[in-house]
Design a protein around this ligand. Sequence first.
Ligand code: GAP
Length: 520
Amino acid sequence: MATQTQAETFKKLVSHCKEYGYIFQSSEIYDGLSASYDYGPYGVLLKNNIKEYWWKSMVQMHENIVGLDAAILMHPKVWKASGHVDAFNDPMIDNKDSKKRYRADTLIEEHMEKILAKADKEVKKAKKRFGDSFDEKMFRETNPRVQKYVGQAAAINDRFNAAMNAGDLAAMKQLIEDEGIVCPDSGSRNWTDVRQFNLMFGMQFGALASDAEDSTVYLRPETAQGIFVNFLNGQKTTRQKLPFGIAQIGKAFRNEIVARQFIFRMREFEQMEMQFFVRPGEEMKWYDYWKNKRMQWHEAIHPSSKLRFHDHEKLAHYANAAVDVEFEFPFGFRELEGIHSRTDFDLTEHQKLSGKKLQYFDPELKESYVPYVVETSIGLDRMFLAALTNALQDEEVPNAKGGMDTRVVMKLHPVLAPIKVAVLPLVKKGGLPEVARKIFNSLKMVAHCQYDEKDAIGRRYRRQDAIGTPFCVTVDFDTLDDNCVTLRDRDTLEQVRIPIAELEAKITAKLSFTHLMAEE
Ligand code: GAP
């Protein structure tokens, strides 16, 4: 099978999502709204399964984590206190020739990636030349060309971090000019100055809205603030002692300057966040705990080779440590989840602006304090994209004529798969549909099932492979005599004959969330 480029793989994934009812462009009949997507019949099921896995693992499995579903619209002062009104900005730059708008930081990061890719290319070439005797580490440390590229990227990175940390927009523009970074669209170097762009969507609230600044209500850019302002409500009503956490899943909105790469960066997306409140001074211990715990959660679903940590060099205004869990998407390793040590910043600021105490009385220390917070924050849509990236495969399989066919198969973990079982009568006659319907009606009580009697059995199997259904149950003429069916496994293609009476137990054993939780 010919190998695909990353771009081809990604294009295929996007069209597969549309063709098989996972994701549609929002408002498609009006030519769509950029960076907005609708989750289709299978997409919504996969999304719900990911939510359930996260919720069970965070809330059900931790007696000291409770849930919340806060309103999307919050008091405007929330965003003043949190720093989002003043500091939730991205540096923006326009190209005067193409009239295209970019994030200045992304242009610089992509430029650095290109330089590092040149170093990787040298390594790849040498690997091919030297074969088994190749010592990659030594080559990277000593080869002058690799050293030159790595040094070049490091120097740019230093200037970039200094400019970002100081909020020095002129220095950022200078870096773009010095490096000769061109507009990806037009190749032009005719840039405007770099400006800050606030990412929050503001709106007028209610019929009496005036133009006054303080009447602006924002669509929340993160779900976390709903948790902070409910910290005492959650703690007191559930009689929790520190350390304890509050978890929630919900929509967030950001007016991204450039929203692209399908559902990776959208203006409306969903987050699964947990704020863990701890004693001051103990935050690094819990930061390490959650860093490992969250990686285990990902590794229960994805191979570890597709996951890595990336420490933040530039910290957000609220953090004293931060790390990303990165996943290898078709366009490279990118952030999937953030784990942040947010200090006491948010609670302290809300305390100041609201005038309400947000403190915990520690019965062991016999003193009150504002807790420190460790946050885990994962984008549901990015997790969805990661799951599909990992699952979608072209695979060579033997056909009935003794040759090979290519099948498109979505090898989603059975616990996440939208449809768990397809029940298929071999043919549409001879009493087989009636038996198959009976099995379907009984299995649908325990799992999402599909009944399908249209087309040849081989085509129906392929259809279920493409959707990601882990099990197919086929009813044939022998079934009428022996009360057995064929159970086909999506991944191994193994077909076993089992009594109808054993189907439910056999299938449900593979679908239980317990498997995933045990792997964490
Ligand atoms: N409360 C902390 C917070 O919001 P973040 O790193 O800005 O931190 C957390 O966002 C996660 O939300 C990211 O790791 C990513 O998975 C997801 N996310 C952020 N912006 C997104 C966007 N525009 N589209 C889709 N997902 C996004």
